[in-house]
Design a binder for this molecule. Structure first.
Ligand SMILES: Cc1cc2nc3c(=O)[nH]c(=O)nc-3n(C[C@H](O)[C@H](O)[C@H](O)COP(=O)(O)O)c2cc1C
Ligand SMILES: O=C(O)C(=O)c1ccccc1
Length: 397
């Protein structure tokens, strides 16, 4: 039994001694503070999305047309937000989505380790991105007792793919999350207008530079010829995966394989038929394709197609604890937060990130208390209803 809501008591209690929270507790204020703190190139990359960012905005806005109905006279004095997925016991369904420039979100360039330390401090698992400023072994170690998953950008070179997956398995990651929607970069005007793509400047490539299979592709080590190493990275980065590759992916690891970027119910069925162990509903936070339906609106159909056979993870648009519980009510087993935790990292490193996660968990826990839902199963059974409420502001994006 966990008491995530106690974070609220702590904040009010500190206030009695004249101590204010160091960082904001809500997304809107957090975002404004992060905008002032982050270097413009990193901010653009983190905050931006594809095209005019319609889908990115819609991801967050669409949560507003799903409504929850509370139940009364239920003993919710204790809530149990725990869950078990891929044999991992978790205190809550919240996780940190993979963010490839996490390393750049802190001033020291070691944001990946800071995120891992926030994971260790809160028990919220991290999905570590292939794109990292610190090698995956060090990130895994910094997560300590909290389980971690590894996100794979599948390289075109099969030996390199096998090497990255092998390293992830050997260092104790619990699952491989294969991202399907990013073998090519979507059209991102904020970055294009300043001609900035961090990877092409040699950032966040440490998993490649430390990899024996990658180094074999180079005439000189990255330390001696960085430009050539970056060129090799760009040439090998994105394999176009098809369903025929599932058998090959399966052959690389005994770990559960989760497919990230599944939005269509037929793709979810196909994923199960070809051996996937988990489905991850996401539109990459609206960074890859513009003009798409909000991710949360696609979740119920995918959940229905999966029909409880394998776990369903979800991200894209989570800004609050109430969003987390809505996604659970709509059938997700685990719920990921992306940009929101990057802002916590930018403002306060590991501590700022842990604060953001604790706020999300506290709001989620207190919402369950007030809604009369003692468990995640109760939230799921209650569900959420589509409403035609049209709120006046889109500031949540
Ligand atoms: C700056 C940035 C970098 C990202 N890098 C990765 C990545 O390396 N791998 C991946 O699978 N997804 C990546 N994503 C997508 C996230 O995992 C997640 O799908 C998205 O952030 C969820 O949307 P949200 O930011 O609205 O919560 C990235 C997202 C952002 C904002
Ligand atoms: O920025 C991203 O969202 C991302 O994950 C990515 C990684 C490599 C190439 C293009 C996009």
């Amino acid at each position: 039994m966990t008491h995530f809501g106690d974070y609220q008591n702590l904040i009010y209690g500190n206030g009695l001694s004249g101590v204010q929270p160091t960082w904001p507790v809500d997304y809107a204020t957090l975002k404004v503070r992060a905008e002032a703190a982050m270097p413009p190139s990193v901010l653009n990359y983190v905050q931006g999305g594809c095209g005019d960012e319609f889908t990115q905005d819609e991801n967050a806005y669409a949560f507003r047309h799903w409504g929850m109905v509370p139940r009364m006279m239920v003993d919710c004095s204790k809530r149990d937000l725990s869950t078990r997925v891929f044999g991992i016991e978790l205190e809550s369904p919240l996780f940190m989505a993979p963010i490839g420039v996490t390393g750049m979100c802190t001033q020291d360039g070691h944001g990946d380790l800071a995120a891992a330390r926030a994971s260790a401090a809160t028990g919220v698992p991290l999905i570590a991105s292939t794109l990292s400023n610190d090698p995956l072994e060090a990130v895994r170690t910094a997560c300590r007792d909290t389980a971690a998953l590894f996100q794979l950008y599948t390289p075109r070179d099969p030996e390199l793919a096998a090497s990255l997956v092998g390293r992830a398995e050997a260092s104790g990651f619990k699952a491989i999350v294969v991202t399907l929607d990013t073998w090519v970069t979507g059209w991102r005007p904020r970055d294009l207008n300043v001609a900035n793509f961090p990877q092409l400047r040699g950032h966040v490539l440490q998993n490649y530079f430390t990899d024996p299979a990658f180094r074999k592709l180079l005439a000189k080590p990255p330390e001696d010829d960085m430009r050539a190493a970056i060129g090799t990275w760009a040439a090998t980065f994105g394999k176009v995966l098809t369903w025929d590759d599932m058998a090959w992916l399966r052959s690389l690891t005994k770990l559960p394989i989760v497919l990230k970027g599944i939005c269509h119910p037929d793709d979810a069925r196909r994923a199960i038929d070809t051996g996937a162990d988990g489905i991850y509903v996401s539109n990459h936070g609206g960074r890859q394709a513009n003009g798409g339906i909000a991710a949360i609106d696609m979740l119920p159909e995918v959940v229905a197609a999966v029909a409880g056979r394998i776990p369903v993870l979800f991200d894209s648009g989570i800004r609050s604890g109430s969003d987390v519980i809505k996604a659970i009510a709509l059938g997700a087993d685990l719920v990921g937060v992306g940009r929101t935790y990057s802002y916590g990292l930018a403002l306060g490193g590991a501590d700022g990130c842990a604060h953001v996660l604790r706020c999300l968990l506290a709001e989620a826990d207190l919402l369950m208390a007030v809604n009369g839902w003692p468990t995640l199963a109760a939230a799921r059974e209650a569900g959420a209803e589509r409403t035609d409420l049209a709120p006046p502001s889109r500031s949540s994006a």
